[in-house]
Ligand binder design. Structure first.
Ligand code: SF4
Ligand code: SF4
Length: 256
């Protein structure tokens, strides 16, 4: 039996014994208010897992309960073919306070992006110069920040003026970035894209797919040079503007 969140536990299906009652999970089934622990097979399949997590979010929003008490512990799930991203999503479902939930999902999404950057390591810093800067000085400064590379993209979009973002106020004199910014982590410069040095696919993140709506996704991917706290506040903002206008009017940008 493993701990999930607060007083909620789960077990692996291989640990299931005859005395633990359970309910089968189905994407289409309607459940009564109270049920025994939910047996979910995620099938090691990302698309299916995404649908499962979305359904579990709906069930939680409707206050549909799943629980079997065993050895004094509340088992909510019996799981098979799952991974850490699925467990993180199940934890996120349990978090009720909106700000706490937003911080958790944001941090997990950023961690996933960090893992991708570490895996590909496309910037190949050497003597504080990145791979792109070695061939084109517009891309990066010797301190290793590529804010000037963002500048090129944003200026092209016509969103900002030539007042440069460099140096970014969140860049430490040594040690790099002092905050956690999803937009920066989702950014790859033209050099990296042209040479196909990294594969950043946020749509392959359960957090991104299941816990952020379309407006929040615009916020996540466009607010460079802002702090984690500014991004969290913006993600929690309630704006009833229709998505089209929200996007055309750049309402997703944090302006300070
Ligand atoms: S993203 Fe591009 S510009 Fe930025 S550090 Fe990496 S190689 Fe350099
Ligand atoms: S917020 Fe973005 S641009 Fe600023 S230091 Fe951090 S990663 Fe670099």
């Amino acid at each position: 039996m493993k701990h999930l969140y607060h007083n909620t536990f789960f077990i692996d299906q291989s640990e299931l014994t005859n005395d633990i009652s359970f309910t089968h999970f189905s994407l289409t089934k309607k459940y009564p208010q109270n049920n025994s622990a939910l047996l979910v097979d995620f099938k090691n399949n990302f698309k299916f897992a995404t649908r499962c997590i979305k359904k579990l979010i709906q069930l939680k929003n409707k206050n549909i309960n799943f629980q079997t008490v065993s050895n004094g512990k509340n088992i909510k799930y019996i799981l098979s073919h799952y991974n850490q991203a699925i467990l993180d999503s199940l934890i996120a479902i349990e978090i009720e306070a909106p700000k706490e939930k937003c911080i958790f999902t944001y941090e997990k999404f950023c961690d996933e992006l960090d893992t991708v950057w570490k895996k590909y390591n496309p910037c190949h810093f050497c003597n504080n110069l990145c791979a792109a800067a070695k061939t084109d000085k517009r891309y990066s400064k010797p301190d290793g920040c590529c804010a000037v590379a963002f500048d090129l993209i944003l200026l092209k979009k016509g969103i900002f003026t030539k007042d440069s973002f460099y140096p970014c106020p969140h860049l430490a004199k040594t040690g790099g970035c002092t905050t956690q910014n999803s937009a920066c982590k989702m950014f790859a410069c033209r050099y990296i894209k042209k040479n196909k040095l990294i594969s950043l696919k946020p749509k392959q993140s359960l957090m991104y797919q299941c816990f952020f709506n379309s407006k929040q996704r615009l916020i996540l991917s466009n607010n460079f040079f802002k702090t984690k706290e500014q991004l969290i506040d913006k993600l929690l903002e309630i704006d009833r503007t229709p998505l089209l206008y929200y996007s055309f009017q750049f309402k997703y940008l944090i302006l300070d």
